[in-house]
Design a protein around this ligand. Sequence first.
Ligand SMILES: [Zn+2]
Length: 256
Amino acid sequence: MKRGGSFLRIIIGLGIVIFGVVKFCSSAEENPYIGETQYVDLSAEEEMALGEESTPAMIQQYGGLHPDEAEQRKIRKIGQKLVQNSIANASPYEYEFYLLADAKTINAFALPGGPVFITYALYSKLESEDQLAGILGHEIGHVIGRHSAERIAKQGFTNSVITGVAVGSGSQEASQAAAVIGNLVNMKYGRGDELESDNLGVKIMIDAGYNPEEMLGVMQILKESAGPNSTPEFQSTHPDPENRMEKIREAIEQHQ
Ligand SMILES: [Zn+2]
């Protein structure tokens, strides 16, 4: 009898565990571009809507778009070349590339669903088109990897994010939408997401005909510019450039 009782308790305990696992896995989705199972509860359309809605606020936060239209065109051209010649082309996302006027903050980031940004402060430090391709490739990696959507799901933000976007488009409670957008941008990716984006970035560079070794030069620039102006996307949340360089070298061997 005693034995039977503990057996029953084990069965009930297992049942509870299985219920929890099933509940968590119900939002699991296979990401075909990175070959991984992910936990996201935003659709690709919702990701794109969120990115599009948040774009004007992001541009404003970094001092507007850089006024040099020729430079904007150059960034768009390189960005689209990366998209069209890589796995990004098979994804449902609409990639846009923007040069932000901010000349002090060294930063580059992507919003869910496709918008990619680089500040003039970082852009002006780059030594080659390949280095720019490396940064844009890394950001495209965050989009394909659905890293923002994963983070939103993990933090239980999905509903407030969707509400914020809906409210934002009605332009009534703009402050609520702004708070949601602020959260989104300050949301830090994990170290694993960063290394995954470096790896994807290297692959995207190679597929589009760029020299992936130049990504190491980008790391050098980031390392040298670390300081009081260290940035949310490229420094404080990113693994140490030294450590990234080692993984980037591995990625180059893996994809070449
Ligand atoms: Zn990143």
